[in-house]
Design a protein around this ligand. Structure first.
Ligand SMILES: [Zn+2]
Length: 280
């Protein structure tokens, strides 16, 4: 098993306390994350703290330390309801727009990053949403990789390396995966889960490396397509379950750090599921 860590929504006005907390945890385990920097953020939801004046120096320092930077969209502004190739979220900054619009927008973001001395050939689509036009535009603009995919290993589609990011809050890693962290919104409980996971598995963490991933990548095939469709289906089912208040209550009630105890609690409290309504 191998995993990467990526941090989304890196902006000059993000929640700096939470970002620093996660950065320190990763540093503690010698993990060099992939960070998605928004070139010119227009998404008010990502604006938490006052703008940090030396933001770009902080980013470049992280890069010098071996952290890897990805361009996270351009404005991080969702303008379509298109879920793109992966189908994860029904909104996008890119998917559904014409090829020309997408290329222009991505190119502008790239230029903005370069003005700050940041060069990258990795793209992180906001909302995990991009389509074939996005990939072609990326290719034409000199990008080599996107940090998304629902397969169990990196694959190449439309000449772009897709590096899977399937983890959705769980740490059930098989083969190869990416832990996706939103430091702005991460809860204390999720931080504890992350720490616990890293304390056991930090040796299996790897750094985002386009060349070595491209060497190992498979090409996009019918098998990859079917695998991704199944993975999406499972993800949606889990999400649906997770949003059901009865299930949510049960999962909270039976949660435990220790996997065995958690399993026991899950079995023991199963009948409680049926009494949920009368108790709550
Ligand atoms: Zn984002």
């Amino acid at each position: 098993m191998q995993f990467l860590v990526r941090m989304d929504d890196i902006t000059a006005d993000m929640d700096w306390k939470r970002f620093t907390l996660i950065r320190d945890i990763l540093d503690n385990y010698g993990i060099k994350a992939l960070i998605g920097v928004v070139p010119e953020c227009r998404d008010k939801n990502l604006s938490i703290d006052p703008v940090k004046e030396n933001f770009w120096d902080i980013i470049k320092d992280l890069q010098k330390k071996g952290w890897v930077i990805a361009q996270h969209g351009t404005y991080h502004e969702y303008v379509t309801e298109n879920s793109g190739l992966l189908g994860i979220n029904p909104f996008s900054e890119f998917a559904g727009l014409s090829f020309d619009e997408q290329k222009k927008k991505i190119e502008y973001g790239k230029k903005r990053l370069e003005e700050h001395g940041i060069y990258t050939d990795i793209f992180m689509a906001p909302g995990h949403s991009y389509d074939e036009n996005t990939l072609t535009a990326l290719k034409e603009l000199g990008f080599r990789a996107v940090t998304d995919g629902l397969y169990n290993k990196p694959y190449i589609y439309k000449d772009i390396l897709c590096v899977p990011c399937r983890l959705n809050g769980s740490y059930d890693i098989k083969d190869f995966d990416t832990i996706c962290i939103h430091s702005n919104t991460i809860t204390d409980e999720q931080v504890e889960k992350l720490k616990f996971f890293l304390s056991k598995h930090c040796r299996e963490a790897i750094t985002f490396d386009v060349d070595s991933f491209a060497d190992k990548a498979v090409s996009y095939s019918e098998d990859v397509k079917v695998f991704e469709a199944k993975a999406l289906d499972l993800r949606m089912k889990k999400k649906g379950l997770g949003e059901n208040p009865r299930i949510k209550w049960y999962l909270q009630l039976t949660d435990h750090k220790n996997k065995k105890i958690k399993l026991l609690k899950r079995v023991f409290f199963l009948p409680a599921l049926f009494f949920y309504k009368s108790n709550n």
